[in-house]
Write a protein that binds this ligand. Sequence first.
Ligand SMILES: *Cc1c(COP(=O)(O)O)cnc(C)c1O
Length: 809
Amino acid sequence: MEFTKEMIKNGFALKLKSLYSKDLKNASDIQKYIAFSNLIRDYMSEGWFETNQQYKDKKVKQVYYLSMEFLIGKLLEKNLINLGISDLAKEALEDMGMDLDLLIKVEPDAGLGNGGLGRLAACFMDSLAALGLPGHGCGIRYKYGMFRQEIKDGYQVEMPDPWLKEPYPWEVRKENRSIKIRFGGTAYMKEVGNELEAVHENYYTVKAVPYDIPLSGYLNKTVNTLRLWSSEADTDEFDFQNFNSGNYLQSVEGKYTAELISQVLYPDDSTENGRQLRLKQEYFFVSASLQSILNYHREVKVDFKHLDDYVAIHINDTHPALAVAELMRILMDEDELNWKEAWDVTTKVCAYTNHTIMAEALEKWPASGFKRLLPRLFMIIEEINRRFCQEIIARHGDWDRVGRMSIIENGMVKMANLAIVGSHSVNGVAALHTEILKTKELKDFNDFYPGKFNNKTNGITHRRWLIKSNRALTNLIIDCIGDSWVRNPKDLEKMMIFKKDKDVLSKIEDIKRENKVKLAKYIFDKKEIVVDPDSIFDIHVKRIHGYKRQLLNCLHILYLYKKLKNDKNFDIYPRTFIFSAKAAPAYVFAKKIIKLINTLGDLINNDPEVNDKIKVVFIDNYNVSKAEKIIPAADVSEQISTASKEASGTGNMKFMMNGAITLATLDGANIEIKELVGDENIIIFGLTSEEVLKFYSSHKYNSVNFLKENQEIAELVETLVDGTLGVSITEFGEIYKELTEKNDYYFVLKDFKEYVKAQEKIEKLYKNKDKWAKKCLVNIAMSGHFSSDNTIAKYAQEIWNIKGEKIGE
Ligand SMILES: *Cc1c(COP(=O)(O)O)cnc(C)c1O
């Protein structure tokens, strides 16, 4: 489609009229945003139709990315960029006396995820479409996504985020594609003639209604689909008897219970949540997705014995692991494949990504409750497990091994084991993480299935994390090396030739400063804290978790504060420490860390003896839009997880792409950043993952003894509980205990000295502006390697076996 300004102006006016009977003068901002987005969705509809048509006509193999989370953020600007009309739209609206940025601002940030895992899924969707690959997302349309965080008296308060309060212009409800999901009842095998047939009876059903969101590719005609399922009462079955006999309340109760399933996103990160409702959510969206996928392929008359020629199912973390059993169920119970045929094709279709080695995050379900909720699936999993255990014994004759690898063990169903056994590919998300999986956590499985394990280092879409969030830098890069990198992000490396170019380096400095000024203004507007754009912006943004070690950062701030107060000869280059992070509502320790950060902020920002040297800012409600604002303004990227714990990280890549210097442990993808930029363009400190794992297994780290031998650190830790912070001495008792009695599980104290030294190194380097700018440039130049386009190209080739399609040719 050729777009013109006139077309956009007329189209917009018409939309306002048709949707709201309003013109520009009397429509509200929300109405304008909805009408305008509606118009932009129209512009994508031809591509959407043609994409689907071509996939269908050519029977191309399609991948379905099953994920409990899609942290997609705002879509209007992304879609304008992908259609190549962001400037045109801006001008068209200007002609009408309107500001596009205002419409962009009022769009709700769709927070259907917790953090990195959900954002990864969103970046992958963007790359699939950009590369013209036939790939779709399947997830849940949570009525309430991630909670909105408010800070009251330094504490996190969770507020609901009613993002669907207004109509969401990007989605299309497909009532006629609704699916029935069965829960409860009993299942057994019945003899019919010479055959055994599965019977599932006395179940109740819930209706799954799909809402489709178009996923535009970049300057191509590909428009893939993100299908999010909403739960509703099944009105075909639902209590008309009750309703008609006047038991109105009882009939409404059924509706309420059904709707509960897609009501809220579990706001947990890196901890298992063993509630029955969570299992219900998982089966709900897995079953809806698989039934709908198979309905489609049944319609286009695919031979299900060769389903792997047409379909790839990706299991993002263990949450959708039930896909293995659900696919078996459909193939056997509905399409009459025998066990062997069904199993053969299931394992060829499914692939699984592992996202963590942390034991507390591995999903396990009590077998009894599982069986009650999903009796037919439980039967199938028991049979998968029986055959699998038999195979282990046949090969190894080792019952200990059976215990470790079994899918059902000790009355628990282990989702990771199900996903591994039922998939042809299991990938980790960074080289180190995959290595730990293969040699430690999942060694038994790697021995049993040689070749099944592989690495796919995470990535980020450079279209959002550079082109959208950092326009000035994007324009500079295009001025320098042209725009081939936009399609081919590794071409960013061409920037390396400007390593010694004073003019380009000073422009990079100017852009960074401009971004810092903008963030400083935002901080002043929201928090009334004045921060100096010429100070070092040292930024730590991500979920709060023990292993991400915001506490280490806090202790360093406290160390600087004390030294500035007590040692008149001590001086530092001014720094602004910026945090932004949500804590899981039930994670008491993490919530205390938020209070600690805010307490440090109150203490330091208001103390004229130190506040020209340090500021501490906590930005409320971290989400995708906040990340886009904050990250381009960073000088220092804090990636200081306990080595071995952060499987990959993706925040680290976003910072690198925006020219921040990474201050990091040798963990996750930090190691790969180091290999790309070289030792002189990253600051590394701390225990290695091998050292950490050795300490865990040998029990040779004792934090109380450590503190006895390190008086200065011991004194620092005491300030948490001696009144220095101006709050009750019991306020941070739990944090104090964590470091002492609980043996400092994440090695905060053990890594402290090296962290201080690394911070001193940062300061020294920063003072040499030219050298610093050069480091920024190298980071930007090498960051193209982390474009999710590259990651997705590898998934497509090495796991899914799918190919790019040119739509409309
Ligand atoms: C990228 C991103 C994350 C992941 O950050 P990590 O530093 O990798 O933990 C979390 N939340 C949001 C909103 C993000 O954009």
